[in-house]
Design a binder for this molecule. Structure first.
Ligand code: FUL
Length: 698
């Protein structure tokens, strides 16, 4: 009897030890299948190409004639080839922007390609592009602006019905769509069938978002829906091209709606989120979303693009990079060059993975089971993961090199089908037998990449310090990325004095003032120098040890502001107005609060110039206010009789606070007046970061 009892106990024990350990329970909310497919997209193109491309605007008013849409060399296969060669996985096109012009022959309105000279009105750009995407193995997505400044019925239920129909057309006739993009900009002034008035709608209710979602689900069940707050993926709360370091893929989604005033929270997500709502980082390769010839020299620099890569994909977001296709209908040569430079650099950064196959140990493994072993993090398989036991939410992973090895990047991935968990972690390196902390960070999510100064390490340790549950890590990679030379930064004082700087003392700076490309034979920068007249400055950083040089930085400098004086303001403290002409983008000046627009400032330029344009830099503060959205600009030779030379809207200036450049017919004068006709915000103050002019001076 005793023997049998012992045998039973032994059998139970051995069965228990054979029993495979259960995987960790999910920590919700969780991603859906369509989310997981979207996370894999990582990097794809936005294309802003529509009526604005031909009117040189950012936000068309809606009254533009379809006749103006007439690309001379349109080639959507070139777009697709460029995107493919750049390593992108899809293209999202502005099928309709706020001005209402449709790039496909919709049945809902006459305001479309069918009434344009392009292909004698027989063209269908959406069809061409969807086919080109298929040919090049890219996914295809559509942007359909809810706001429509052309439609006479905008504001009434009739427009919403037609909007839903447009969506149906786009999702029915053009094959598989991976993402549908709904913009947050809404209501306001417009053409509206000739009414030319302001129309306000309620963002939350007017478009019947539930119905919109229903249409997408019915016609394209695999597509993700983008808007400020989803329902599937979210805007990242800035158009500058970054997510915050802390970036949860979850949010309290029901609090969010288009135009949500707490949009800055979109940059970080919510640790206690109720829905999976990951961030898409959208930004343009140029200052504007649409093509403007004046921005041909402002295509983002390689270091800036690389930074955006690390601050989007490297911070648990997807990277949606906009290409403003030009009025020929092609991705501009300069943009192509930068895209390829970015591809090459990222390929270089991640060319030599150092962690794979290394000896890796964990302080704890789930149930001591080899299925969840630490070696799963560097086996090159994202479906296997290292996990800790229930209740173990702090643990470390240590990688051991055979010999001291240079490292400056670490890439970490949580196994997100089981939820996003990590709240805090740190990275240490063992250098010359001593441990040093490299970084202390917060979230990981689908992918987190840290860049740090190169260390020659014998071991790398990741300490997971706080988590929402047991740890579930599917991938860790280590790299030694090459150094990237940064182009010089240009600073100019009011006097006209210019200084150039690079972050690295070892790097020399060379420059030219005649528009030619600098080399290490050009003038070497030793000390600040004077530029008083309009000049094109180009500068490079040069490493004499390696012979490597940075991209060249081109800056256009107009007349120096040394004799300028603000002589009159409609309200506000005139003694502080220097801030709007001090060449310092981080200082600003504003009129008094609560005074109704128009508000204005008058500047005496000190002498008479032939003026052909002006610039307005919106306030660059973290919490901006009083941005001028509608302006009037006048010139005078005596500060008494004025000539209005330009009047209009700074399109999209609130979302994208870039330098606004307005050209007008050359006019001679000594005094300039900038009037704020309309400003953003409720407090009726007009703010000015910097005001400048463009002259014909030689
Ligand atoms: C914004 C729009 O108003 C811009 O024009 C642009 O389309 C950008 C991507 O979204 O909200």
């Amino acid at each position: 009897m005793k023997m049998t009892k012992l045998l039973v106990i032994a059998i139970i024990f051995s069965l228990a030890s054979c029993k495979t350990v259960e995987p960790p329970k999910p920590v919700g909310p969780l991603p859906s299948e369509r989310h997981l497919a979207w996370h894999d997209m990582e990097y794809y193109a936005f294309v802003h190409f529509n009526m604005n491309t031909f009117t040189d605007m950012e936000w068309g008013l809606g009254g533009e004639s379809p006749k103006m849409f007439n690309p001379s060399e349109l080639d959507v296969r070139q777009w697709a080839k460029v995107a493919k060669d750049a390593g992108m996985k899809g293209i999202i096109i502005t099928a309709k922007h706020h001005d209402g012009f449709c790039l496909w022959p919709t049945k809902t309105t006459e305001h479309s390609v069918k009434n344009s000279p392009w292909k004698d009105g027989k063209g269908d750009l959406i069809k061409e592009l969807s086919e080109a995407c298929e040919e090049f193995g890219l996914k295809f997505g559509v942007y359909l602006s809810p706001w429509d400044r052309n439609d006479a019925d905008y504001g009434k239920p009739e427009y919403v019905a037609s909007y839903h129909e447009q969506l149906r057309e786009l999702l029915t006739n053009y094959g598989e769509v991976f993402e549908v993009w709904f913009d947050g900009a809404n209501g306001g002034t417009g053409y509206y069938g000739g009414a030319n008035e302001e129309r306000k709608i309620d963002n939350k209710t007017y478009y019947q978002w539930d119905k919109v979602t229903e249409i997408v689900r019915e016609l394209q069940p695999n597509a993700v829906i983008f808007s400020d707050g989803g329902p599937d993926i979210r805007w990242v709360g800035t158009e500058e091209g970054f997510a915050n370091e802390t970036n949860w893929s979850i949010m309290r989604r029901d609090e969010i709606y288009p135009g949500w005033p707490r949009y800055k929270e979109l940059r970080s997500g919510h640790q206690d989120g109720t829905h999976w709502l990951p961030a898409e980082v959208n930004t343009s390769i140029r200052p504007g979303w649409y093509y403007h010839p004046r921005e041909d020299h402002q295509v983002k620099s390689l270091p800036r693009l690389v930074q955006t890569f690390y601050e989007s994909i490297g911070r648990n977001g997807n990277f949606l990079l906009n290409l403003p296709v030009d009025d020929r209908g092609l991705v501009h040569e300069t943009d192509v060059k930068q895209l390829m430079a970015l591809k090459k650099q990222i390929d270089k950064d991640f060319s030599n993975e150092l962690a794979q196959g290394l000896q890796v140990t964990a302080t704890e493994v789930r149930g001591d089971d080899s299925a969840f072993d630490a070696s799963n993090v560097n086996d090159g398989d994202d479906e296997t993961y290292w996990a800790t036991s229930d209740g173990v939410e702090t643990a470390s992973l240590t990688f051991e090199f055979d010999k001291p090895t240079e490292v400056n990047r670490i890439l970490l991935q949580e196994y997100i089908p089981l939820g996003q968990r990590i709240i805090k972690f740190s990275v240490e390196a063992e250098v010359n037998g001593e441990w040093q902390t490299i970084d202390e960070q917060t979230t990981v999510g689908n992918k987190r990449i840290l860049r740090f100064d190169t260390v020659e390490a014998t071991k790398i340790k990741v300490n997971f310090l706080e988590s929402k549950g047991p740890l579930v890590i599917c991938n860790v990679e280590l790299y030694r990325a090459p150094n990237l030379l940064i182009a010089p930064e240009v600073d100019r004082e009011r006097s006209g004095m210019v200084s150039l700087s690079v972050p690295d003392d070892e790097v020399d700076v060379y420059y030219t003032l005649d528009g030619s490309e600098p080399t290490n034979n050009s003038k070497k920068y030793e000390k600040p120098f004077m530029v008083e007249k309009p000049t094109t400055l180009k500068a490079i950083g040069y490493d004499s040890e390696t012979g490597e040089q940075s991209e060249s930085q081109m800056t256009y400098l107009d007349i120096a502001k040394k004799d300028w004086k603000v002589v009159s303001v409609s309200s506000g403290n005139i003694d502080e107005t220097e801030k709007l002409i001090d060449e310092n983008p981080s200082t600003s000046w504003a009129t008094d609060k609560g005074v109704n627009t128009p508000q204005e400032i008058i500047i005496d330029l000190g002498e008479s110039y032939e003026l052909k344009g002006f610039t307005y830099l919106p306030i660059q503060d973290r919490y901006p206010f009083g941005i001028i959205t509608d302006y009037e600009f006048a010139v005078s030779s005596n500060n008494r009789s004025w000539k209005t030379v330009s009047k209009g809207e700074f399109g999209n200036v609130v979302n994208n606070r870039i330098l606004q450049t307005i050209n007008f017919k050359p006019t001679t004068g000594r005094y300039i007046k900038l009037k704020a006709i309309m400003v953003d915000g409720e407090d009726h103050t007009a703010s000015f970061g910097e005001v400048g002019v463009i002259t014909n001076e030689k």
